[in-house]
Design a protein around this ligand. Structure first.
Ligand code: SF4
Length: 336
């Protein structure tokens, strides 16, 4: 496609969105905003962003913080590995890079949790490096411009489109180009009813010419896994509830939870649970790669064995600890 950069940048100058967090060229702010806004709605994410920036205004403050506190500022956002990685990468930046961000995406990728998207976003938005930034909106626009049915959730599609977009951005203002592509996807080349007649790229759009817009983009269907859990709300004689800290690594790493165990579908359905505990409610918690089906039981702690690290806290002290979102949902249903 020739002239795409010029066309889209002039469209952006007139029609681009004004988004406050975009004004900055500070790599730290861009990194935090991009990390929070992944898999989070803008409206919800932006509140977290401002709270987070107020407490951890620069990379040194973040590196010096305790992980528990960082997780507390992330509570409710989900995907807690993002917060743990931010914290670890802040320490890497201080120790290995003197507190400064490298400019090139290859070097940014050395930081814990920084992948192809975030490294290129920082590299382009903070340092103006000529690289394309592929988010979901941009992938949709590209699938249509190229009329390419390759599944957008496959690594090899991303790799080959990265080369194409890097070619498009060359010789242009990289910040403007990437923001323009994102905005075009968010406001005109929308998932349904795209506004082709007012699109600055209509002339060169293959999907428009070939009538394939409705079929694009394509995604490979991933089979969702379902796992079954029993969670227990255990009370001691003072009516305090039992909580425990999860291991640092893995699901909900470093966060607090109530005792629980994974069981077979058969046991879960039959409600096989220790005598003396009673069913309270059932809920589903959705992760990226699987659905967690939860049955919640409650009863005296004396009836439960197998949670050696349990500690008891008064219900009104729950807010002091950082709990996983799924556990917060349980507390809400329990009326805590
Ligand atoms: S012409 Fe239509 S389908 Fe093609 S990029 Fe523009 S809005 Fe998207």
């Amino acid at each position: 496609m020739s002239g795409i950069g010029k066309k889209i940048i002039s469209w952006y100058a007139e029609q681009g969105r004004e988004l406050s967090w975009r004004e900055t060229k500070d790599p730290y702010k861009i990194w935090i905003a991009e990390t929070i806004l992944q898999q989070t709605r803008i409206q919800q994410g932006i509140q977290y962003y401002y709270r987070f920036m107020e407490r951890f205004p620069d990379v040194v403050m973040l590196a010096e913080a305790e992980q528990d506190e960082v997780l507390k500022y992330w509570e409710g956002l989900g995907y807690y590995s993002r917060a743990r990685n931010l914290h670890a990468a802040a320490r890497q930046l201080v120790e290995d890079f003197g507190g400064n961000f490298p400019h090139h995406h290859d070097q940014l990728m050395l930081l814990k949790g920084v992948g192809p998207y975030t490294s290129r976003a920082i590299s382009s938005f903070a340092f103006g490096q000529a690289t394309g930034v592929l988010d979901g909106n941009v992938m949709r626009v590209m699938s249509r411009l190229l009329s390419d049915p390759s599944p957008i959730n496959e690594q090899k599609t991303r790799k080959s489109w990265q080369l194409i977009i890097d070619d498009w951005v060359a010789g242009h203002d990289s910040r403007d180009f990437n923001h323009a592509m994102m905005d075009l996807g968010a406001t005109i080349c929308t998932p349904t009813n795209p506004g082709c007649l007012i699109c600055p790229l209509m002339d060169g759009c293959k999907a428009y010419k070939e009538g394939t817009i409705g079929f694009l983009p394509q995604k490979k269907k991933l089979k969702r896994k379902v796992r079954y859990f029993q969670f227990v709300i255990l009370y001691n004689e003072k009516d305090e509830i039992g909580i425990q800290k999860r291991p640092e690594k893995g699901l909900w790493g470093g966060l607090y939870e109530v005792p629980n165990r994974e069981v077979s579908l058969h046991s879960w359905e039959k409600g096989e649970i220790t005598k003396g505990l009673h069913f309270h409610h059932e809920l589903k918690h959705v992760f990226t790669h699987f659905d967690m089906m939860i049955k919640v039981y409650e009863g005296p702690a004396a009836h439960w064995e197998g949670s050696p690290n349990i500690q008891f806290i008064p219900i009104d002290k729950i807010s002091i600890f950082a709990f996983a979102k799924g556990v917060l949902k349980i507390f809400e249903r329990m009326g805590f």
